[in-house]
Design a protein around this ligand. Structure first.
Ligand SMILES: Cc1cc2nc3c(=O)[nH]c(=O)nc-3n(C[C@H](O)[C@H](O)[C@H](O)COP(=O)(O)OP(=O)(O)OC[C@H]3O[C@@H](n4cnc5c(N)ncnc54)[C@H](O)[C@@H]3O)c2cc1C
Length: 387
């Protein structure tokens, strides 16, 4: 049976980043994915600029557009545009973006095995995986970067109790003249209860249009997206792909590390609850996973991973959740005045753009607001306890 220093399951942004960093440090890494690459992933493909700062290589070759304008609307009206002056997010197609991250991992020396669905995991001093096609491999450590459903994370007994919701995404092949009108602009449509938004993100040849809603609203997602497409005047355009996927949110002390296994990215629930963005946290947690596996390979343990996530990622996810709670709370209570106020308070959007560009953080911005984040957190804690 082939032996490695680490097996990484999943070649999305979390798995490819962990594999690249491990291989670059000299570890023997096997990265497996059930899919053949490049593979489609249901995703808006909005990559905040701060993600680039976490990667040691350029991503320009896969950037289809960069947005500096944000158009916000509420049930089709109260529309306003905020100009960030310079790009705050890149727009990518995930098959190309993920293929680039994987290529960098392979260049660093990671071995990739596509079309390999892990079906069983045994942890007995070492970790042994068994795939559907009979393939087996063993290593002292495993990184489960197997996405929001995280079947392998579950086999490792990790990730229980992580909250989740669903999102729906379609790729619309609109005529070039219609697509041109959206270049450089991300569109956000609000007005879904109790929270959620629809988006339009421009790409080179298509428009990615999707929605994320509270779990109770999941059955209505497809209809809401169809309504939004019609409202945009794109009802007659061809839809190339339509697909849904889960998004998971880690909120507290859910266990994401054991003696031999770590969860990274969506598998660990590292998406924020304000924008539902997860790519930058997948990259960041991939790096932290690699750092801890290297500690383990060097004679230490990997158990500090969960503490690293708690110190370096969770403050951001907690602050994003508080901001989301305040934002949607005010929007639900007084939609028109809140849309009017937020369109005129440039500071709010300046802070948002700074976070997206990695010039500030949600935690820093939330700390500037007196009292409200603390109140929001107490209400969220009560909600989590089921009161
Ligand atoms: C509709 C939608 C829109 C989104 N839009 C955005 C956005 O615009 N911006 C943003 O930042 N985030 C967005 N997200 C979130 C983002 O997609 C995720 O946070 C991100 O993909 C997480 O990366 P990952 O590497 O953890 O997992 P993934 O990218 O999901 O990769 C997991 C990999 O594991 C593989 N795998 C799973 N099970 C097995 C198995 N048993 N054996 C082998 N391989 C396996 C899968 O094939 C997959 O390739 C969106 C999510 C959804 C659902």
């Amino acid at each position: 049976m082939p032996e490695f220093d680490c097996i990484v399951v999943g070649a999305g942004p979390a798995g490819s980043t962990a594999s690249r960093e491990l291989a670059a440090a000299g570890a023997r890494v096997l990265v497996l994915d059930r899919a053949q690459f490049p593979r489609y992933k249901a995703c808006g493909g909005g990559v905040p600029l701060r993600t680039e700062k976490l990667l040691p290589f350029p991503i320009d070759s896969v950037v289809e557009d960069s947005v500096s304008l944000l158009q916000v609307s509420h049930k089709g009206s109260s529309r306003f545009v905020q100009d960030s002056g310079k790009p705050f997010a890149h727009m990518v197609m995930r098959e190309r973006f993920d293929a680039l991250l994987l290529e960098q991992a392979r260049k660093a020396g990671a071995e990739f095995r596509p079309g390999t669905t892990v079906r069983a995991l045994e942890a007995n001093g070492h970790v042994t995986i068994r795939a559907e096609d009979g393939f087996e491999a063993t290593a002292p450590y495993i990184v489960c970067a197997d996405g929001a459903h995280s079947p392998v994370g579950k086999m490792a007994g990790l990730g229980g109790g992580i909250a989740e919701c669903a999102a729906w995404e379609v790729e619309v092949r609109a005529p070039a003249i219609r697509r041109r009108a959206f270049r450089g602009t991300a569109l956000i449509e609000l007005g879904y209860k109790p929270w959620g938004y629809a988006w339009l993100f421009p790409k080179a040849d298509i428009l990615s249009i999707g929605i994320v809603l509270h779990p109770n609203q999941a059955p209505a997602m497809k209809d809401r997206v169809r309504d939004y497409i019609t409202a945009l005047g794109l009802g007659a355009a061809d839809v190339d792909v339509a697909r849904g996927h889960k998004v998971r949110f880690r909120r507290g002390g859910e266990t994401i590390a054991s003696e031999r296994a770590l969860l990274a990215g969506d598998s660990a629930g590292l998406a924020d609850e304000f924008t539902e963005e997860g790519i930058s946290y997948a990259v960041e947690s991939g790096r932290l996973a690699a750092r801890n596996i290297l500690r383990g390979l060097g004679g230490g343990t990997i158990s500090a991973y969960q503490r690293d996530i708690d110190c370096e990622v969770m403050p951001e996810l907690r602050a994003a959740r508080q901001i989301g709670h305040m934002f949607y709370g005010m929007l639900n209570r007084a939609p028109k005045p809140w849309m009017f106020a937020s369109s005129h308070v440039g500071y709010l959007w300046g802070a948002f753009f700074a976070v997206q560009r990695g010039e500030s953080t949600y935690a820093r911005e939330a700390a500037r607001i007196p009292l409200l984040p603390g109140i929001a957190q107490r209400r969220l804690d009560r909600q989590d306890r089921g009161h």
